[in-house]
Design a binder for this molecule. Structure first.
Ligand SMILES: Nc1ncnc2c1ncn2[C@@H]1O[C@H](COP(=O)(O)OP(=O)(O)OP(=O)(O)O)[C@@H](O)[C@H]1O
Ligand SMILES: CC(=O)N[C@H]1[C@@H]2OC[C@@H](O2)[C@@H](O)[C@@H]1O[C@H](C)C(=O)O
Length: 369
């Protein structure tokens, strides 16, 4: 039996890895996940990827941003038109720049892609620009998946505190206690970005070997970790910051300098160790030890990263498929869920997830006719 007020929502995510757009359906009333639906992936072409890469770090109005927005809108229009059954669309867009601490100027975040255009093309309600209001209200604007992670833990019937770890371009964790009735209860949830994850590994692979990623972690598995570089990386002040806290894709670029001097395999092993060690460092902030860490995002397919992680934490580490969830589509599903929350006036973030002053439902709504 369907809950009468549950509807199909489709979410789309274009992540920091710049590989493509994921889209996925969720049947939800904005609180409970009733059912997960089908999903699709639309990779960016190499030419599109180059347009996006050229605009990384740019703010609205700067050179290259309009072209990047066009790429994002076109790819999303294509993939989202494959989901006519969805009553509402959650459109994250592509993060080009994110400066929630105001290190380069005003505190702000920038996701390319105009929801008004998409709503018109699709003829459906589109919820978008999920992060700006949170930043305006004093929050980090990220991570935003945690309220969805809480609903996933309920859906999976978990009954002990766990961590959901996303290993995308950047890493982020949600510590949550599913025994609490909702994510808004103090002590139910804590979230933050852990550090760089796949982005530096991908950048290395592209520069050295012309490949997109270290498939399976094969290169890193054959290398030696440069312990001095790892120790210097871990002395970055970000790790001492009390969460909530979030990162831009290239924030650790300088902290990883020195990798250029290493062999391909040693460089891959060292960057992989850095990503794992950053996650392990984050454990000092958890309110209580988790029963397990469930890993989502492409990094769960990197064996070197999974092994390095398991060696550094005190609990089992498993792919999120172990609790019945889809690690390739979790972020797209998150924005399907969050879209309906915004449309129904429910919060999408709060003090324990982004540090925003009070719970808010961030996101603009464009009504396509
Ligand atoms: N088989 C694999 N072996 C090794 N690494 C992989 C594999 N598959 C995916 N990855 C890594 O995962 C990345 C994609 O992960 P994902 O799609 O979760 O990132 P994203 O959503 O773009 O990033 P973010 O979550 O930071 O926004 C790839 O760029 C690659 O680095
Ligand atoms: C600003 C931004 O786009 N942040 C992303 C990025 O990718 C992973 C990590 O950094 C996370 O904070 C966030 O994405 C996920 C979907 C989130 O908001 O939960």
């Amino acid at each position: 039996m369907l809950k009468p007020d549950a509807i199909w929502s489709v979410g789309a995510m274009s992540g920091t890895s710049l590989d493509g757009v994921d889209a996925a359906l969720v049947l939800t009333d904005g609180e409970r996940i009733v059912e997960f639906g089908r999903s699709a992936y639309r990779p960016y072409t190499e030419a599109e990827r180059n347009v996006l890469r050229a605009a990384l770090g740019c703010w609205p109005g700067e050179d290259g941003v309009a072209a990047a927005a066009e790429v994002v809108e076109l790819a999303h229009a294509e993939i989202l038109s494959e989901f006519p059954e969805a009553e509402i669309v959650g459109f994250h867009g592509q993060t080009l720049a994110h400066d929630p601490f105001g290190l380069q100027g005003p505190r702000r975040t920038h996701q390319a892609g105009d929801g008004d255009i998409l709503a018109e093309v699709l003829g459906r309600k589109v919820v978008w620009d999920f992060r700006s209001m949170d930043v305006e209200m004093g929050g980090q604007g990220a991570p935003l998946a945690p309220y969805f992670h809480f609903a996933c833990a309920k859906w999976a019937g978990l009954d002990a505190p766990v961590v959901i770890l996303n290993l995308g371009g950047v890493g982020n964790v949600t510590w949550l206690d599913p025994r609490e009735p909702g994510p808004d209860v103090p002590g139910a949830i804590l979230a933050f970005d852990t550090g760089p994850a796949n982005a530096p590994i991908n950048d290395l692979m592209r520069a050295r070997l012309g490949r997109d990623c270290d498939e399976g972690g094969a290169l890193a598995l054959g290398g030696q970790v440069d312990e001095a570089l790892l120790a210097r990386f871990l002395s970055h002040p970000y790790f001492l910051r009390i969460p909530p806290k979030s990162l831009d894709r290239n924030d650790f670029h300088d902290a990883l300098s020195g990798v250029e001097a290493l062999s391909d395999a040693d460089a891959a092993a060292t960057l992989t160790a850095c990503a794992a060690a950053a996650v392990a460092r984050g454990a000092e902030h958890y309110p209580a030890p988790p029963a397990a860490i469930y890993v989502t995002g492409g990094g769960r397919l990197n064996q070197a990263l999974m092994v390095a992680l398991a060696q550094r934490v005190n609990c089992p580490v498993a792919p999120i498929e172990d609790i019945g969830l889809d690690g390739d589509m979790l972020e797209a599903q998150a924005f399907a869920y969050l879209a309906l929350r915004v449309a129904r006036g429910l919060p999408t973030s709060g003090p324990a997830t982004t540090g925003v002053a009070a719970q808010i439902g961030g996101g603009r709504i464009s009504a396509g006719e």
